[in-house]
Design a protein around this ligand. Structure first.
Ligand SMILES: [Zn+2]
Length: 264
């Protein structure tokens, strides 16, 4: 778990093109997705100094895209296989046997991020101790990640996860709480907080009513409640679940051991 290097160059390209990131992940139509991804590729190439001769009088022409590097064949995965891949990645992470960084670097070197086929989606807390791709030992393009404090199911989160499942084809959605969650703890305490922080409380309060005041029990109850909400509130997601094309599960991440466990 101590192998993460914050100075790793793999993080740099993501920081240089935030605007293209949003257009490539949040477009409502595949054509927008492709356009945003093309732009991101161009930006990455520009950053790497690899765009000489590509700008013409009519605009920008792109070189033929390099085929995406080998990734999990998303379309052949069942929801159970997608879940297994996530949990096996977490085992590698917890054991300190990460494989994803070398693959990330190869992907970035080859400029092949114009296409995404994530096999899984995760709704996690915004907490900085919960780096989602890292804890599942997954590379760029494999996990569709949504986060907010308390991993709560809001309409924007539902919209994002519907996009992940219905458009991008994710096979499993994990709603993942974690140990020592500040958002859940604040809701248990019910203290006055500045700004709009207390807007989180009503979403988490049902878990406090069910399992509070024990923090870990409440975090776990909250993950299960948010996963159930997701299944119930979205006909798109519940429809895919009924057809056995999607699993929606609650999970708990132990920030001390690094182990993710499914919650029944
Ligand atoms: Zn948290």
């Amino acid at each position: 778990m101590a192998q993460f290097d914050p100075k790793n160059d793999a993080t740099q390209p993501n920081q240089t093109s935030p605007d293209s990131e949003s257009s490539s992940t949040c477009g409502s139509q595949p054509s927008l997705l492709n356009e945003g991804a093309s732009r991101r590729k161009f930006l990455q190439m520009a950053m790497g100094g690899a765009v000489a001769g590509l700008v013409t009088s009519t605009g920008i022409e792109f070189m033929e895209f390099v085929a995406p590097s080998s990734a999990l064949a998303q379309s052949t995965l069942t929801p159970e296989m997608a879940l297994k891949e996530l949990l096996e990645g977490n085992k590698r992470f917890a054991a300190g046997n990460l494989t994803s960084f070398e693959q990330d670097l190869a992907i970035l070197r080859n400029h092949t991020s114009e296409k995404q086929q994530p096999f899984a989606a995760v709704l996690a807390c915004a907490d900085s101790r919960v780096p989602v791709e890292l804890i599942f030992d997954q590379t760029i393009g494999h996990i569709f990640v949504t986060r907010n404090a308390g991993n709560i199911t809001t309409s924007e989160i539902i919209a994002s996860l519907e996009y992940g499942a219905a458009v991008l084809g994710t096979k499993v959605i994990l709603v993942m709480g974690h140990g020592a969650c500040g958002a859940v703890d604040a809701t248990i305490q019910g203290k006055e907080v500045p700004g709009q922080i207390s807007a989180l409380y009503p979403h988490i309060q049902p878990a406090v009513d069910l399992a509070g005041p024990d923090l870990e029990a409440t975090v776990k109850a909250n993950a299960k409640i948010q996963a159930a909400l997701l299944r119930q509130a979205s006909p798109v997601i519940s429809g895919l679940v009924k057809k056995e094309k999607l699993l929606v599960l609650a999970a708990f991440y132990n920030i001390s051991s690094g182990v993710v466990s499914l919650l029944k």
